[in-house]
Write a protein that binds this ligand. Structure first.
Ligand code: ADP
Ligand code: MG
Length: 328
C-alpha cells in the first residue's frame, strides 16, 4: 500500500508546487478566508499551509491521510458535478507517502486542536485557533530519484508562488500570504466586501497580482453565449509580453491549461498582435458542470468539454468584443 501510494504520488506531486496547489485547494474547500503558505528551500525542506477553514475533527485526522478517503463525494453521481476543488481523496495520502507530514487542526466545536504525525500515527492535543495547518517536510526524502529532478530552490519557489497566484486570481475573497525562509514573498489581501461588489473585488485582485500596469492596459471581458459565460480582463496589445506566462484561464473557478481556451483567445488577438508577442489575460469561463469533465487527470489542471466548439466560440467572441469596444 505504501508503494501504491508512492506511485500515485508521482502523478499527483511532481514538485513542491504540486503539493502547494493541492494543500491550497483543500484550504479553499474548507472555506478558508485567509491562507498562509510558509516555505523553506523552495518548498523541499518545508511547506506549511495554514488556513482558517472549518478544521478536521480529531477522529477524522487519521482518516484524512488514507487513500481515497474524501469527505467531498458521497456517490459516483457527484463526480459529474463537483463543486469542490478536491474530490479524489488522494492528495494528502500521496504527499504523506513522499514526505514527513503533520496535520494540526481544530474545529470550532473543539476545546483544543490536535496534531497528528503521519509517520508515527501519534495524535496529541495542541494549540491552535479554528482551522488547519498541514506541514510537509523533506519532500521526496524517500524517493531520491525524484528529488534529483528538482531544480534550484529559486526555481521551485517560483513554481510554488505561481501555484498560489493561480488560486489568488480565482478567489479575491480570500487573503493569501507566502513566506520563504521567514521572508514575506507575496501578500494579496482579501477584498473587504466581495459579496457586495464582485467586479471591484476581482479588479483589485488582478491589480495586486498582475500589477496596476495590467489594469491600465486591459479591458473588461463579459459575454454570455448559450450555456457559456466568459468574464475577466484582456490585456491590450501594449501589455503583450514575449512569454506566454501571464495567461490565466479558469473553468468554473478552477485554473486550467486548455488548448481550446488558449487557441480561442489567441485567435481573438490574431490581427492585433504580430510576431511572437503573447497576450496577457485572465479569463473566467462558467459552464454547466455537466458540460465539462474535470476528472481527466489527477492534477485536475486539464478539462474536457463536451462541446469544445461552443466554448471556443464563446471565448473568442468574448475577447474580440472586449478588444473592439470603445474605451472610456
Ligand atoms: P480531497 O480533497 O480530494 O477530498 P485530500 O487527500 O486532498 O482529498 O484530503 C482528504 C480529506 O482531508 C478531505 O476530503 C478533507 O475532509 C480533509 N482535509 C484536508 N485538508 C483540509 C483542510 N485544510 N481543512 C479541512 N479539511 C481538510
Ligand atoms: Mg484535496
Amino acid at each position: 500500500d505504501e508503494l501504491i501510494s508512492q506511485i500515485a504520488a508521482g502523478e499527483v506531486v511532481e514538485r513542491p508546487a504540486s503539493a502547494v496547489r493541492e494543500l491550497v485547494d483543500n484550504a479553499l474547500d474548507a472555506g478558508a478566508r485567509q491562507i498562509t503558505v510558509r516555505l523553506a528551500a523552495g518548498g523541499v525542506r518545508l511547506i506549511a499551509v495554514e488556513d482558517d477553514g472549518c478544521g478536521i475533527p480529531r477522529d477524522e485526522l487519521p482518516v484524512a491521510l488514507r487513500r481515497h478517503a474524501t469527505s467531498k463525494i458521497t456517490n459516483l453521481h457527484d463526480l459529474e458535478s463537483v463543486a469542490t476543488m478536491g474530490f479524489r481523496g488522494e492528495a494528502l495520502a500521496a504527499i504523506a507517502s513522499v514526505s514527513e507530514m503533520a496535520l494540526l487542526s481544530r474545529t470550532a466545536q473543539q476545546a483544543s486542536a490536535f496534531a497528528l504525525d503521519a509517520r508515527s500515527g501519534e495524535l496529541r492535543p495542541a494549540a491552535r485557533g479554528t482551522g488547519t495547518t498541514v506541514e510537509v517536510k523533506e519532500l521526496f526524502f524517500s524517493t531520491p530519484a525524484r528529488r534529483k529532478f528538482l531544480k534550484s530552490d529559486t526555481t521551485e519557489l517560483a513554481h510554488c508562488v505561481e501555484a498560489v497566484r493561480r488560486h489568488a486570481l480565482a478567489r479575491p475573497d480570500v487573503g493569501f500570504a507566502i513566506w520563504h525562509e521567514g521572508r514575506l514573498v507575496e501578500q494579496w489581501r482579501a477584498s473587504a466586501a466581495p459579496d457586495v461588489d464582485a467586479d471591484a473585488a476581482l479588479r483589485q485582485r488582478l491589480g495586486d497580482v498582475l500589477g496596476d500596469d495590467f489594469l491600465r492596459n486591459s479591458v473588461p471581458v463579459q459575454l454570455r453565449l448559450g450555456a457559456v459565460t466568459v468574464t475577466g480582463r484582456a490585456g491590450l496589445p501594449d501589455a503583450a509580453r514575449s512569454r506566454a506566462d501571464q495567461q490565466f484561464c479558469y473553468v468554473n473557478g478552477r485554473f486550467v491549461r486548455d488548448k481550446v481556451l488558449t487557441h480561442a483567445a489567441r485567435t481573438a488577438y490574431e490581427d492585433l498582435l504580430h510576431g511572437q508577442k503573447q497576450p496577457v489575460y485572465a479569463l473566467y469561463v462558467q459552464i454547466d458542470p455537466q458540460r465539462v469533465d474535470v476528472n481527466v487527470h489527477p492534477t485536475k489542471i486539464e478539462v474536457r468539454f463536451r462541446d469544445s466548439r461552443e466554448v471556443h466560440q464563446a471565448v473568442r467572441h468574448a475577447v474580440e468584443n472586449a478588444l473592439a469596444a470603445p474605451r472610456a
